[in-house]
Design a protein around this ligand. Sequence first.
Ligand SMILES: [Zn+2]
Length: 91
Amino acid sequence: MKVPKSMRTYCPKCKTHTEFTVSIYKAGKRKGAKKGERRQASRKKGYGGQKFPEQHNQAKVSKKQTLVLKCKECNYGMMRKGMRVKKLEVV
Ligand SMILES: [Zn+2]
């Protein structure tokens, strides 16, 4: 699916419709020193490795992707609800 680089939608900060730039959300880089990572490492320590099941056989062929919108006038950022598409690109 192709989405336009910019779209016009309601900005809650400007309280009117404005132009927004569109990009695709990407998860941030994993940092080893963060709390969740440290907790997972301590859980996995010692005998009996993985503490909860890892998913191997995925039923779905698409992945939920989120659009990140940013107001061109006030820089207010928001996200659109994730949609299931095989391929998403900003044109
Ligand atoms: Zn705005």
